[in-house]
Design a binder for this molecule. Sequence first.
Ligand SMILES: Nc1ncnc2c1ncn2[C@@H]1O[C@H](COP(=O)(O)OP(=O)(O)OP(=O)(O)O)[C@@H](O)[C@H]1O
Ligand SMILES: [Mg+2]
Length: 266
Amino acid sequence: MQLKLFTVPSILRFFARSSLIRLPSIFITGTDTGVGKTVITALLALLYQEAGVKVGLEKPVITGVKAGEDAALAGDLALLRRVLSTGEGPVYSYAFTPAVSPHLAAALAGISIDPARIEADHARLSSRCDAVLVEGAGGLLVPLNDNCLMADLAARLKLPLLIVSRPSIGTINHTLLTVSCAQARGLEVVGVVINNYPARPGPVEADNPGAIEKFAGVPVLAIVPHITSLSVEEAEEGDIQKVAQAVDKKFKLLERLSRWREEHVQ
Ligand SMILES: Nc1ncnc2c1ncn2[C@@H]1O[C@H](COP(=O)(O)OP(=O)(O)OP(=O)(O)O)[C@@H](O)[C@H]1O
Ligand SMILES: [Mg+2]
């Protein structure tokens, strides 16, 4: 009788997924605040889960948590929580009220951020998951404390970077600066994702992805369009699932990430 629970398609799906595509843990950074790190983290989480990979999400420092609000449901964490199918919420190590750089938010709260605490939280999450996606705050050189920038945290967590970039004018400079900074510090760059790409790109937007690949020497892994009805602030997923699948199909994103892992992680 119990066999009835396992329909032929579900068994096929199980075996397809248990072929265990291995995907990398990644530190998602961006060329600036507001470029779409949370959106791309959520999109990747959906794809990882769809591939049968148990993914953990982490935002080490969240800011802009309103007084009396449950930090676990605040800001970026709300959308990230919604896309996680495990029921396990995204992990955070520090939460602050002012929506400012982590170093300043901590100073205003009279504390200093301890990267060792973030490292310990990350290790605990990693031990429970196949892969962890960590969303940084702001860009790569945002300070956590007097001695530690976001780039230093990525290095301590031993994670490669994925850089989220804008599609519009100025993005070549910002993306190249971020790649060059990462490389100068010995951080690996898996690639760039260009986010919120217009439906009708002008000559600048059309040229930017190729120019970034050519001058930065790192791959543009995907170009993500504007996602209808999505809002990080309102924790509205909108069409993100549909867009994630379309982006994966078009750019073979998971396949490329899996190949990157095979080539770079023992
Ligand atoms: N592809 C997209 N389609 C529609 N809206 C988007 C897209 N990408 C980002 N947004 C919107 O742009 C804003 C910034 O995106 P997001 O919060 O992901 O940026 P961020 O880099 O994580 O910002 P922060 O530095 O504050 O963490 C949000 O309002 C989000 O809903
Ligand atoms: Mg964010």
